[in-house]
Design a protein around this ligand. Structure first.
Ligand SMILES: [Ca+2]
Length: 146
């Protein structure tokens, strides 16, 4: 099936890794007891990233709280309203400060109306972190996720 081939050809890459701050926010200071790694998703929305005329890609934005000069391994899981969950490849984000913004593009992953859930997983030096589950609806589709 055409979609299956496209699914296996999912590409993702990072863009616009933004400058991290050396200032530790209070929320991180509270959450960091014994843990130096956490990750969150601040936004996820459909887009036509590669310009093929189909709004079937997803832009994911978020932030990693990390130890300065650490290389954090990150992957994402996207749960569509219908069908199998999509697990992205893992890749490395370098933290030069205590936090790092990221932006990820998932190509050709929106195929059905309804609610999509995306989560991020991070690991570094035997520490693991799971983000919030971010839910979005690409088309104003009907009803709750099923
Ligand atoms: Ca597209």
């Amino acid at each position: 099936m055409k979609y299956d081939r496209r699914l296996t050809a999912i590409l993702l890459f990072m863009t616009a890794l933004l400058v991290s701050s050396l200032i530790v926010p209070p929320a991180f200071a509270q959450a960091s007891q014994g843990q130096t790694l956490s990750i969150k998703i601040t936004n996820a929305f459909p887009a036509d990233v590669e310009g093929d005329g189909l709004i079937n890609d997803v832009v994911v934005m978020g932030k990693i709280y990390c130890k300065p000069h650490s290389s954090v391994r990150v992957y994402f899981i996207l749960i569509p309203p219908i069908g199998k969950k999509i697990v992205t490849d893992a890749y490395t984000i370098y933290c030069n400060g205590f936090q790092k913004k990221y932006e990820i593009h998932l190509y050709d992953v929106i195929k059905f109306p309804g609610y999509y859930t995306i989560m991020a997983y991070a690991s570094w030096n035997n520490e693991n972190a799971v983000s919030n589950a971010f839910v979005f609806d690409p088309g104003g589709g009907p009803g709750p996720p099923g």
